[in-house]
Design a protein around this ligand. Structure first.
Ligand SMILES: [Zn+2]
Length: 411
């Protein structure tokens, strides 16, 4: 049996031993620890007959040449957030490494199709506040003007940080040529939420990533003395904004699978002795289905206008950010479900709330699917992030079955 999921767990622990401290993983992209992480991975790959290089955007590609140039891609990211967990991103890459070993052994160094492992650069965006850098450069979706202006907390720009590791910012989109022969992309990831945990299931097939509508909503009333203004004479911007809070729960419930979050609330003048004149809240809405997402947004707008009328205040909306839902490939979702069923008997299909590099690959029209493995506590981006070792072994085994199904599909 050439596949050895136990080795993946041992390698994850080895990685943790030199990239984490008492606060968690410290593999932030473009830092010294990240460079050391890459060197460690490169050394592991040297045990295989692969060709490894860094592309124009800083992504690492390792290629096992097959009988055709058509390529199966397996991806992940070695970078972490500061004080991150031991699995987010690197589980994907190290499971991919183990699968490369199995494929190499089974096909004596020449599989029916080319198989490529990719470690995307700066998935987390922890330093510059913009995630999916390497994969969005590769897919061509990176906004160059926005990215050029990004600065870290020390004022260093993204182009300058890239220069240090030998990357020319103006050429990052040349990375797109790496997708030339790609015919399928697979990504394993910890769920980072509690859905599989609550269902008592180890693995899930991912349908796609949520579309997002993100807005600031500002209610404007009138400041007035808290002692001298009778309750019926107030134009209280906070009252109108506060009614949005229970309303978004009703909107989400009606939406069949969507989520809504009011993540911030600021008031003016913001003093204890005044009715609130201006209240600004932010609303983040997500759904896998584009019409359902549009409906959630419409319902929130209508509710805000109703609450504004009721309170004799005004309301205005400003879009902060938006992305369409990204749906994964139906055939690969079926293969993923079969692989999970063969490994642990039960399947579940679920959307992904967070964005992943896989969404960028799917947006560049390469058939894509992700597999999720259960997260203990449903928590990630935290040192307590964890998954049972038996589930880690199952996910490597199931992901390997998915890779084999994809190879046969492509051939
Ligand atoms: Zn991740």
């Amino acid at each position: 049996m050439p596949l050895n999921p136990g080795r993946t767990i041992a390698e994850l622990k080895e990685l943790r031993s030199f990239t984490a401290n008492e606060n968690g993983a410290q593999r932030v992209a473009f830092t010294k620890t990240w460079v050391e992480t890459r060197a460690w991975l490169w050394k592991k790959l040297e045990g295989l007959p692969v060709e490894t290089h860094i592309d124009s955007a800083g992504n690492l590609w390792s290629t096992l040449r097959g009988k055709t140039e058509k390529a199966l891609l397996i991806g992940g990211h070695m970078d972490s957030v500061p004080n991150g967990g031991w699995l987010d991103g690197c589980l994907n890459v190290l499971a991919g490494l183990e699968i490369l070993r199995r494929i190499n052994e089974q096909y004596h160094g020449q599989p029916p199709v080319t198989v490529r492992l990719v470690d995307w650069a700066d998935e987390e965006g922890a330093r510059f506040g913009k995630s999916l850098f390497g994969s969005s450069a590769c897919s061509g979706n990176l906004d160059m003007n926005e990215a050029r202006a990004l600065k870290d907390k020390d004022g260093i720009t993204l182009p300058d940080a890239l220069k240090v590791i030998g990357i020319d910012f103006d050429c990052v989109k040349d990375s797109g040529k790496e997708l030339k022969n790609a015919v399928a992309y697979l990504e394993l990831h910890i769920e980072q939420g509690p859905v599989l945990l609550d269902l008592g299931l180890p693995l899930g097939a991912v349908l796609g990533t949520f579309g997002v509508e993100r807005h600031a909503i500002t209610f404007r009333g009138q400041a007035a003395h808290s002692g001298s203004t009778p309750m019926n004479r107030r134009r209280d911007a906070f009252l109108a904004a506060a009614k949005m809070s229970p309303e978004i729960y009703r909107i989400a419930e009606r939406s069949n699978g969507g989520v809504c979050t009011i993540g911030s609330c600021t008031t003016k003048p913001g003093i204890v002795t005044s009715v609130v004149e201006e209240c600004r809240i932010t609303l983040d809405q997500r759904h896998l289905d584009a019409p359902a997402l549009a409906r959630m947004l419409q319902e929130a707008r209508e509710a805000s206008e109703r609450f504004a009328r009721e309170g004799n205040v005004r309301v205005s909306w400003e879009r902060l950010w938006q992305i369409e839902p990204v749906l994964f490939d139906p055939q690969l979702i079926d293969f993923c479900s079969e692989a999970i069923k063969e490994t642990c008997g039960k399947i579940h299909r679920l959307p992904s709330g967070p964005l992943h590099d896989a969404a960028e690959v799917a947006r560049s029209r390469v058939p894509t699917v992700m597999m999720f493995v259960q997260s203990l506590h449903g928590i990630s981006h935290n040192k307590i992030e964890d998954t049972k070792e038996e589930h880690l072994e199952l996910c490597v085994a199931a992901f390997d079955k998915l890779a084999e199904k994809a190879i046969r599909w492509i051939t």
